[in-house]
Design a protein around this ligand. Structure first.
Ligand code: 5GP
Ligand code: ZN
Length: 115
C-alpha cells in the first residue's frame, strides 16, 4: 500500500467509492467522472503503478483483474451489449492515477480508434 495513493485509499476504505464487485485480490467501483453510461474501474488491491508493472510482477493478479472486469460488466448489465477495457499507461495515454486500473466502459456505442 502507498499512503499517498488515491486508489490505495479506496482499497483501505478511507476514500469513499461505490463498490460493485470485490474479491480477495481486486476491487471494482464506479468511476467518479463517468465517460459512458457504465464506467467502472477494476484495480488490484496491491499497489502497482501501472498494468505492465502489475503483470510483470504478478501475472496471476493481472488475470484476476481481467476476470473481475468481466464479472463487474455482467453485474452492471453491459455484458450482452458489449464493453471496452482500457489500461491507460503513461503520459500519452493520459494516465492520471498511478495505481494500475482497468477501465470498463459500456452502455453506448463507442468509436474506434479512440481519440
Ligand atoms: P486514468 O486517467 O488514470 O486512466 O483514470 C483515472 C480514473 O480515475 C479517471 O477516469 C477518473 O475519473 C477516476 N477517478 C479519479 N479520482 C477518483 C475518485 O476519487 N474516485 C473514483 N471513483 N474515481 C476517480
Ligand atoms: Zn495505490
Amino acid at each position: 500500500m502507498s499512503t499517498d495513493c488515491l486508489f490505495c485509499g479506496i482499497v483501505a476504505r478511507t476514500v469513499p467509492a461505490t463498490v460493485v464487485h470485490e474479491t480477495d485480490t481486486v476491487l471494482a467501483f464506479r468511476d467518479i467522472d463517468p465517460q459512458a453510461p457504465s464506467h467502472l474501474l477494476v484495480i488490484p488491491k496491491e499497489h502497482y503503478p501501472d498494468a505492465a508493472a502489475m503483470a510483470t510482477a504478478d501475472p496471476r493478479l493481472a488475470g484476476d483483474v481481467l476476470a473481475a472486469a468481466g464479472k463487474a460488466a455482467k453485474a452492471d448489465g453491459i455484458d450482452a451489449t458489449g464493453y471496452r477495457l482500457v489500461f491507460n499507461t503513461g503520459t500519452d495515454a493520459n494516465q492520471t492515477v498511478f495505481h494500475a486500473h482497468c477501465h470498463v466502459l459500456g452502455g453506448r456505442r463507442m468509436s474506434w480508434p479512440p481519440g
